[in-house]
Design a protein around this ligand. Structure first.
Ligand code: SAM
Length: 214
């Protein structure tokens, strides 16, 4: 992803604090209260990039509340524009590093986590950085409801196979697997920016959902 310095990014995010949460750590245990419909489930995307997925999901599922976390300021402003254009009222963005989700969310606060085209970290010595390494799964379990789910989409076969193994070794139930998502033609699939880019090059898109045991 090409990064351009955007000196206006801070002001733009502050001006739109109804979408970009300004003090996200203070929302821990109270995320539901920042949404209009506080009873709706909460879904989280880690590494939202320019926001096509989170904005599209918000529009497609008005009965779900969404939070997208993206650490790069010059990238999250793209997501902010997409959420604004979508007019979805159920999407919030957080400009933080999702280093440990347990700092941001309390136990049982999240219903579903999406990992879309996360960095694959192919070298063995970088295994710990993969967002499906078991220490990350521990974090996810720590904020998800019992039986909460994680959905991974990627173009990277190595990361996909590794993640299936990691979910399974952690004792999660693999619920849904596609090794060519676009050939499967899921009418509810909301493509991300990276997904469109890789798919246009003819690369298959892999997707799986894994559920923590209750
Ligand atoms: N999900 C988008 C898509 O599919 O088009 C973007 C994919 S891009 C390869 C990965 C994104 O995740 C980048 O924008 C990066 O800044 C973000 N990211 C990676 N690790 C993160 C973390 N720990 N916390 C927040 N954002 C992160």
């Amino acid at each position: 992803m090409r990064l351009r310095n955007k000196p206006w990014a801070d002001d733009f995010m502050r001006e739109n604090d109804h979408i970009v949460v300004q003090k996200p750590f203070e929302c821990k245990e109270n995320w539901k209260s920042i949404f209009e419909n506080k009873e709706n489930p909460l879904h989280l995307e880690i590494g939202s990039g320019k926001g096509q997925f989170i904005a599209g999901m918000g529009k497609q599922h008005p009965d779900i509340n969404f939070v997208g976390i993206e650490r790069v300021k010059s990238v999250i402003v793209g997501a902010l524009k997409k959420v604004m254009d979508s007019e979805a009222k159920n999407v919030r963005l957080v400009n933080e590093d999702a280093e440990d989700l347990r700092d941001l969310f309390a136990a049982n606060e999240v219903d579903h986590i999406y990992l879309n085209f996360s960095d694959p970290w192919p070298k063995n010595r970088h295994e710990k950085r993969r967002l499906t390494y078991h220490t990350f799964l521990e974090q996810y379990e720590g904020v998800l409801v019992p039986g909460g789910e994680v959905t991974l989409k990627t173009d990277n076969r190595g990361l996909f196979e590794y993640s299936l193994m990691s979910f399974s070794q952690y004792g999660m139930l693999i619920e849904d697997v596609s090794v060519d998502l676009h050939a499967d033609e899921d009418p509810l699939n909301v493509p991300t920016e990276y997904e469109e880019k890789f798919s246009a090059k003819g690369q298959p898109i892999y997707r799986c959902t894994a559920k923590f045991r209750t």
